[in-house]
Ligand binder design. Structure first.
Ligand SMILES: Nc1nc2c(ncn2[C@@H]2O[C@H](COP(=O)(O)OP(=O)(O)O)[C@@H](O)[C@H]2O)c(=O)[nH]1
Ligand SMILES: [Mg+2]
Length: 359
């Protein structure tokens, strides 16, 4: 899973990236193709609580990759490496500047989140329109040479997408059927990717999600498909990342925050991408695994180790909170709360799944 951090210059992308990956400061981008890739741990309170029962040697969170791409703009969008990097992302996180700070100049001279959101969105839309135009031109030539119903279908679909984009709306808002989705997948359209708006606010607005969203007319965003928004102060989060856990928690409470920015961001992206987590627990390692929704027990075994798919016998399954209530496996087994499931069982978010396998 890869999430690309995009946005205008000086919006706080690199600050956010460093906070997420806990990497020290590094020099800025030399050219538009350059990007920093970092591994982000998907912190999970459920796993922390389970680990307390098992006191394992190691606790391993699921991970995702975040990529700090260069600032988006007319020039960068013409570079094929830059576009290629963006196209390969599973989701995009757009860092929007809301923090006022005289010492940090804004590219467009003023703080106007709605303008910046539309502007970045428009860049994505224009890049997609370019792809569609090229393909339609080629298709037209092909259609003159040979008759193929596939070409007709593709043309109709692309023309529909084109019309939509020309109204300056992103493709992620269109409801496609399964066949259309399949056809579109190969184009890696930028405006089709799930989008998280990361509203980077000043210290005074931390913890005021509803007010901030309302002030910029985004309170309806929750109803848009494939989009989410979160309010964060990259600067405050960067400070929090430097503190001890106890200190950070105290500090966070004073802002009325329950979770760190890292937790909120990874959780929201997983929601956007339809990912769930299951756990494996032992004395050596307690671990969270990230899989797509509707993953079967057998496929889940494959996430752990490819050999386990072939040798899958059954899975022992119990929800994380049930196991916690029981205080461990022996009691849970005795109470008959550990289920045995076959290979077709669909794993649910937060379940502990132990695979029984041969060989
Ligand atoms: N006051 C304030 N400054 C910030 C915040 N986030 C980033 N900055 C500053 O804004 C400047 C640009 O940040 P950076 O992360 O490099 O932006 P990028 O160009 O989007 O990667 C840096 O000087 C940061 O210290 C914030 O939340 N509050
Ligand atoms: Mg940067």
């Amino acid at each position: 899973m890869q999430c690309g951090i995009i946005g205008l210059p000086q919006a706080g992308k690199t600050t956010l990236f460093r906070m997420l990956t806990r990497l020290p400061a590094r020099e800025s981008h030399s050219h538009a193709g350059a990007q920093h890739i970092g591994v982000v741990h998907v912190l999970d309170d459920r796993l922390d609580r389970l680990a307390k029962l098992f006191t394992p040697l190691k606790t391993t969170y699921a991970t995702m990759e975040c990529v700090d791409v260069a600032a988006i703009g007319k020039d960068t969008l013409k570079e094929s490496t830059y576009l290629g990097n963006l196209r390969n992302m599973d989701a995009l996180a757009h860092v929007v500047r809301l923090f006022p700070d005289e010492s940090v100049p804004h590219l467009k001279g003023s703080i106007d989140p709605q303008r910046d959101i539309s502007s970045v969105e428009l860049d994505l839309i224009l890049a997609d329109l370019g792809v569609i135009e090229n393909r339609l031109t080629k298709l037209e030539k092909e259609r003159k040479k040979i008759k193929n119903p596939e070409f007709e279908k593709e043309t109709a679909l692309l023309e529909r997408a084109q019309k939509w984009l020309e109204t300056e709306k992103p493709l992620r808002e269109v409801e496609w059927d399964e066949e259309e989705k399949k056809r579109l997948r190969g184009f890696l359209f930028l405006s089709e990717k799930p989008m998280l708006l990361v509203l980077n606010v000043g210290e005074e607005a931390v913890g005021k999600m509803a007010e901030v969203l309302q002030s910029i007319g985004l309170d309806q965003l929750g109803q848009h498909p494939n989009s989410r928004a979160m309010v964060v102060s990259a600067k405050v989060e960067a400070e929090l990342a430097e503190m001890s856990d106890a200190e950070a928690e105290e500090f966070r409470k004073s802002y009325g925050l329950r979770e760190s920015g890292l937790e909120r961001l990874t959780r929201t992206i997983n929601e956007l991408l339809g990912r769930i987590a299951f756990f494996t627990l032992g004395e050596k390692e307690c671990r969270a695994w990230s899989v797509a929704k509707n993953t079967s027990a057998q496929q889940a075994a494959g996430a752990i180790h490819t050999d386990m798919v072939k040798h899958f016998i059954r899975a022992e399954v119990i929800p994380w909170d049930t196991l916690l209530e029981q205080g461990g496996f022996p009691a849970a087994r005795q109470a008959g709360l550990v289920r045995l499931e076959g290979k077709g069982y669909i794993v649910q978010d937060g379940e502990i799944v132990h695979i029984r396998h041969s060989g």
